[in-house]
Design a protein around this ligand. Structure first.
Ligand code: FAD
Ligand code: FES
Length: 258
C-alpha cells in the first residue's frame, strides 16, 4: 500500500521545533486525539527510519493534519529536509486515543516539552468543555504554539524552567496550586517521565480521572517488535503493554511509572 501524502506547508516554530502540514483524507477522516503517525524520515534507502510523531491538529475541511517535532537525532534531522510540495510516507493513525470529556465537564491539560503536541489536538476537539491548560518549557526560546493553545482553551498557564517566560519553575507547581481550589473532572498529561509521574500520583491519590500519553522509544510502531514495552499493573503483579498498540494513552492507575 502507498502511504505517501503531499506536504502542504512546513514551518519553523522555534530553533529546534518544526511543523509539517500534510494533506491526507486517509488520516484526517479516521484520526482521534491522542493518536500518532509513523513517519518515514527519509526518501532514500533508510527505510528503517520511521519515527512516531503525534497528530497535533486536524483540519477536516481541507483534509490536512499537522505534526510538530523536535529536531533531536538522525530521523528528525532528516525530517527537516522536507519542503512544501514533497511527498512524505506516513502510516497511521496509530494507537489509542484519549477518552473524550463529556459536555460541560471541567478538564485540566498538562504538557511538558514535546508532550504538548497531542494535547493541542485534544483541546481543539473538545466543545462545550471548560479547559484549563498548563504548559512547561525549558525557556522562552522553546515556547511554541502559545496562541493556538490560548485560542482553544479557557485559561492557559505557561511555566519555564529558567523563568524567562511565564511562571518560573516546573509546570507541576502552578498545576498543583490550581488544584487547591479546583477539582477537574479529568486530567490529561504528556511530557517528561518525572512530570507525568507526579501528576499521575497526585490524581490517583485524590481519585481524579487521569490519562497519560507515553512517548516511549519505538521500533515497528504496530505491535510486532516489543521495543516500546512499558510496565503496567496486573492485579498485585505487573505485566508489559505495548505503547504503540495498547497505548500511547493509558489510565494513570494502570501504569507502573519508575
Ligand atoms: C507516541 C509517540 C508520540 C510522539 N510524538 C512526538 C511529537 O509530537 N513531537 C516530537 O517531537 N516527538 C514526538 N515523539 C518522540 C519522537 O518519536 C522522538 O523524538 C524521535 O523518534 C527521535 O528520533 P530521532 O531519530 O530524531 O532521534 P534518535 O537519534 O532516535 O534519538 C535522539 C534523542 O532522542 C531520544 N529519543 C528517541 N526517541 C524518543 C522518544 N520516543 N521519546 C523521548 N525521547 C526519545 C533519544 O534517547 C536520544 O537522546 C513521540 C514519541 C511517541 C512514542
Ligand atoms: S514499537 Fe514494535 S511493538 Fe511497539
Amino acid at each position: 500500500m502507498d502511504f505517501r501524502e503531499r506536504i502542504v506547508k512546513t514551518e519553523t516554530l522555534s530553533k529546534d521545533i518544526h511543523l509539517i502540514r500534510i494533506r491526507s483524507e486517509r488520516i484526517t477522516d479516521s484520526a482521534v486525539p491522542g493518536q500518532f503517525v509513523n513517519v518515514r524520515c527519509s526518501g532514500g534507502l533508510d527505510a528503517y527510519l520511521r519515527r512516531p510523531i503525534s497528530i497535533c491538529r486536524v483540519c477536516p475541511s481541507d483534509k490536512t493534519f499537522d505534526i510538530a517535532y523536535m529536531k533531536r537525532g538522525k530521523g528528525t534531522i532528516l525530517l527537516c529536509d522536507f519542503r512544501e510540495g514533497d511527498m512524505i510516507d506516513v502510516t497511521g493513525p496509530l494507537g489509542s486515543g484519549f477518552t473524550m470529556p463529556q459536555t460541560r465537564e471541567k478538564i485540566a491539560v498538562v504538557g511538558g516539552g514535546i508532550g504538548i503536541f497531542p494535547l493541542l489536538y485534544l483541546i481543539d476537539s473538545c466543545n462545550d468543555v471548560e479547559k484549563t491548560v498548563f504548559l512547561g518549557f525549558r525557556s522562552k526560546d522553546a515556547v511554541v504554539l502559545k496562541d493556538d493553545f490560548e485560542h482553544s482553551s479557557n485559561s492557559l498557564v505557561i511555566a519555564t524552567d529558567d523563568g524567562t517566560f511565564g511562571i518560573k519553575g516546573f509546570v507541576t507547581e502552578p498545576f498543583f496550586n490550581w488544584l487547591q481550589s479546583n477539582r477537574p473532572d479529568r486530567v490529561y498529561t504528556c511530557g517528561p517521565l518525572p512530570m507525568i509521574k507526579r501528576i499521575a500520583e497526585y490524581c490517583i491519590e485524590r481519585d481524579i480521572f487521569c490519562e497519560v500519553s507515553m512517548e516511549q522509544r519505538m521500533g515497528c510502531g504496530i505491535g510486532a517488535c516489543l521495543v516500546c514495552a512499558c510496565k503496567v499493573k496486573e492485579g498485585s503483579d505487573f505485566s508489559y503493554a505495548r505503547v504503540c498498540s495498547d497505548g500511547p494513552v493509558f489510565r494513570a492507575e494502570k501504569l507502573v511509572l519508575e
